[in-house]
Design a protein around this ligand. Structure first.
Ligand code: C2E
Ligand code: MG
Ligand code: MG
Ligand code: MG
Length: 283
């Protein structure tokens, strides 16, 4: 089949592959420089309690402030950071920065109800044998309560290396660090199976939340996830909440927390701080 395309076909294919490889290599070089030049920053998206309407915390989401290309989304560079292993030092910086920011806010606004900070981990970090040490160090340095830190992991990260993941999660839970199963519903494993891992929260993927209409199949799926999570004594956060109707449905289903553009987009630190002040009863 391929032979019929003739030599030209191969040449075009080779050229495209070559271009992609060059682009990728270039991005990798830029990524290494960006770490040196400290071009990364964290944005913060609020997470809200659906029973009280109070702000309960933020998810830290990385951005790359590129000198020429502007603000670059993590979807563009996290996969390359993972492949190259750069995610390990980056991830340490992310956790450090997020915990520092939380400490600053707690002091600045004299928070009696300590907010939580959620940090995304990647699978390479979970396989880094120094992860626990690093997190202990960060907690000691910043002085935040371990229960104020919530680490987000995906089911594929757990399934990639069941034993290692299990041991690390147990260590994290011993410290009272919260664990959240991110993007839930997009993988293939059942919640009953995942319950073996000591996760405390399930975060329903936004693809289900966004397509939820009263009575449709997505609403049924969300309902089922919430019911099962509750029976397994896990709390539920819904991501990607954009409308009042979605919010009302989630409240009716007794989902604990929500996050999404309906409340706010991810914000730079200063604006997130302003939002802490604006939310009801944050003290
Ligand atoms: P995620 O952890 O599932 O984060 C949620 C993503 O959904 C964020 O995209 C957020 O901006 C977006 N989002 C939240 N609410 C809404 C909404 O109402 N509508 C829509 N359309 N989108 C919403 P973002 O910031 O582009 O991050 C994408 C992914 O990149 C994250 O998905 C996470 O997997 C990864 N990522 C981001 N920051 C980090 C990080 O610091 N470390 C690691 N390892 N991964 C990160
Ligand atoms: Mg997340
Ligand atoms: Mg998510
Ligand atoms: Mg997601």
């Amino acid at each position: 089949q391929a032979k019929r395309w003739g030599k030209g076909g191969y040449a075009v294919f080779d050229q495209q592959m070559h271009l992609r490889a060059v682009k990728r290599l270039h991005l990798e070089i830029e990524l290494r420089q960006a770490i040196e030049l400290k071009e990364f920053l964290l944005y913060y998206q609020p997470i809200v309690s659906l029973s009280t309407g109070y702000l309960t915390g933020f998810e830290a989401l990385i951005r790359w402030q590129h000198p020429k290309k502007g603000l670059i989304s993590p979807v563009e560079f996290i996969p390359i950071a993972e492949e190259t292993g750069l995610i390990v030092p980056m991830g340490k910086w992310i956790t450090q920065q997020a915990c520092r920011q939380l400490k600053l806010w707690q002091e600045q606004y004299n928070l009696k109800n300590p907010l939580q900070i959620s940090v995304n981990l990647s699978s390479k970090q979970l396989r880094n044998s120094h992860l626990i040490e690093e997190i202990d160090e960060i907690l000691a340095q910043t002085g935040i309560d371990p229960s104020s830190l919530k680490l987000e992991i995906t089911e594929s990260m757990l399934m990639e290396n069941v034993d290692i993941a299990m041991n690390i999660l147990i260590e994290l839970r011993k410290r009272n660090i919260e664990l959240c199963l991110d993007d839930f519903g997009t993988g293939y494993s059942s919640l009953s199976y995942l319950h073996r891992f000591p996760v405390t929260t399930v975060k329903i993927d936004r693809s289900f939340v966004m397509q939820m209409q009263p009575g449709n199949s997505n609403a049924e799926i969300v309902h089922a996830i919430i019911t099962l999570a509750h029976s397994l004594e896990m709390t539920v956060t819904a991501e990607g909440v954009e409308t009042q109707l979605q919010l009302q449905q989630l409240q009716w289903l007794e989902c604990e927390q929500a996050q999404g553009y309906f409340f706010s987009k991810p914000l730079p630190p200063k604006e997130a701080g302003t939002l802490i002040q604006a939310f009801p009863c944050w003290k």
